[in-house]
Design a protein. Structure first.
Length: 258
C-alpha cells in the first residue's frame, strides 16, 4: 500500500479516535503524539515527526514521540524569525520550508550543531493554521539523511497538517476564535503556566508519559496476540493515568480562588 493511501486510512481512523479522546479529556500532548505515531507507522521511509505550538512568537513543544528528548528541550521556546531553522522560519513566513540538507542551509546556522549531535540531516516544516487562517504551530518531518520531499510526500504533509489543526482547535476552541494568533491559552499553557506550581506540572507530564508508554505496550500486546485480560488491565491503568494528569493540571496554589 502506498504512503498516501496508507496515511489517509490511518488518519481517518485517528481523527475519529482523536475526537473521542479529546471529549473524554485526554491531554492535547497525548492526542498529538498518537497522531504522529500513526504518521510514522504509515511512512515508507524512516522519519521522525514533531509538532510545535506557537505562543507569543515562540514555538513550544507539542509532541515528538521519537525525537531525542534532549533535542526537543534544546529547541523548546525558539523565537520565530526569517532564519530560525525550518520550523521557526515556516511559522514566521507562513509557508512550508523544506530544508533538504541541514549541513549547508543557512537557516540552520544557529541550530546545526544540536541537529548534528542527534543525527538530524533534513527537516521539512509546514505551518499549522486554525479555521481563520492564523498560524498556531508547525508540523515537521526530520530525516537522518539529506533528502527532498516527493510530490506525494508534499501532498501527504498537507493532509497531516489539516488533521492536526483540527485536533488542536477542537481541543482548544479559543484558538479558532482568537484574533491574536499564537496567544497563550489554558489548553496550550497548562504545562508552562507560571501561576501553577511546577511540581504539579511535572507530575502531570509524568502521567502523560505513562499514558504514551501504555499505548505502546498495548500495541505490542496486540501484535503478539495477548488476551483480553492483559489488554483490560492496560486500559484501566491508562484511564487512571489520564485521571492523574487531569488532577495535576487542575491543581492550584494554596489560597488561590478557582
Amino acid at each position: 500500500m502506498g504512503f498516501a493511501l496508507h496515511l489517509r486510512d490511518s488518519l481517518r481512523n485517528r481523527e475519529s479516535e482523536g475526537l473521542e479522546e479529546i471529549a473524554r479529556g485526554d491531554p492535547l500532548r497525548v492526542v498529538l503524539t498518537r497522531y504522529l505515531l500513526a504518521v510514522e507507522a504509515a511512512a515508507e521511509t524512516d522519519m521522525l515527526t514533531s509538532i510545535l505550538l506557537l505562543e507569543n512568537g515562540q514555538l513550544r513543544h507539542g509532541a515528538a514521540p521519537n525525537l531525542p528528548a534532549a533535542y526537543c528541550s534544546a529547541i523548546d521556546g525558539v523565537a520565530i524569525g526569517p532564519d530560525a531553522g525550518s520550523c521557526g522560519t515556516a511559522a514566521h513566513l507562513g509557508h512550508p520550508i523544506y530544508v533538504t540538507d541541514i549541513a549547508t542551509d543557512r537557516l540552520w546556522d544557529a541550530y546545526r550543531d544540536i541537529a548534528f549531535e542527534h543525527g538530524l540531516r533534513a527537516c521539512w516544516s509546514t505551518p499549522i493554521r486554525d479555521g481563520r487562517g492564523a498560524i498556531i504551530g508547525t508540523f515537521a518531518i526530520y530525516h537522518l539523511t539529506p533528502r527532498s520531499p516527493t510530490r506525494a510526500e508534499v501532498e501527504a504533509i498537507q493532509t497531516i497538517t489539516d488533521h492536526v489543526a483540527s485536533a488542536i482547535t477542537t481541543s482548544n476552541p479559543a484558538a479558532d476564535r482568537s484574533p491574536n494568533a499564537g496567544a497563550p491559552s489554558e489548553t496550550f499553557l497548562n504545562v508552562v503556566d507560571e501561576d501553577r506550581p511546577r511540581p504539579f506540572r511535572d507530575i502531570a507530564n509524568d502521567f502523560e508519559q505513562i499514558v504514551l508508554v501504555i499505548d505502546k505496550a498495548g500495541a505490542a500486546l496486540a501484535r503478539h496476540g495477548f488476551g483480553s485480560i492483559e489488554v483490560a488491565r492496560l486500559r484501566r491503568a491508562k484511564e487512571a493515568a489520564i485521571r492523574g494528569a487531569a488532577l495535576a493540571r487542575s491543581a492550584r496554589p494554596p489560597g488561590r480562588v478557582p
